[in-house]
Design a protein around this ligand. Structure first.
Ligand code: AMP
Length: 138
């Protein structure tokens, strides 16, 4: 059965899309650790990130780098933090999180409350930054 993330890529389940290219897709985490928390996934369904073929791994990481660049411009923050765990959804995903201090990467604290309007606005502003710098992806 397709993972929930494959169903998002297929358009069967809605997402706050930020960007996509031929191999990868980026969208807002529905339960964000901080506003602007993005998940970057390969369209190919692979559970464990280090099981990706080398070229797919490099493609995913360089796509994540471009998304992080757009996030840094769109969100007020010091840095974009990166985490990979994948214990919940068996479809590899890189968490990109706008942070100002290390404790902002805490996945166990109460999640941020972000309205659907704000989620849509954040996704759009990151997408706009992506489009400005990487129009080849659109
Ligand atoms: P983990 O597998 O532990 O790295 O975490 C999975 C992440 O996926 C969590 O942060 C969830 O909030 C997120 N998530 C699960 N379902 C969705 C969805 N439909 N749209 C966006 N994010 C999701």
């Amino acid at each position: 059965m397709a993972t929930i993330f494959s169903r998002i890529v297929a358009g069967e389940i809605p997402s706050y899309k930020v960007a996509e290219d031929e191999k990868n897709y980026a969208f807002l985490d529905i339960n964000p650790v901080a506003p602007g928390h993005v998940l970057v996934i390969p369209k190919k369904e692979v559970d464990y990130i280090f099981d990706l073929e080398d070229d797919d791994y490099v493609s995913l990481q360089s796509f994540a780098k471009r998304v992080a660049g757009a996030m840094k411009k769109a969100m007020p923050c010091q840095r974009i933090g990166v985490a990979v765990m994948g214990m919940e959804v068996p479809h590899t995903h890189i968490h990109l999180i706008p942070i100002n201090e290390e404790s902002d990467m805490n996945f166990f604290k109460e999640k941020a409350v972000v309205t659907s309007e704000e989620m849509a606005r954040i996704a759009q502003s990151i997408a706009n930054e992506m489009q400005e710098t990487h129009s080849e992806l659109f």
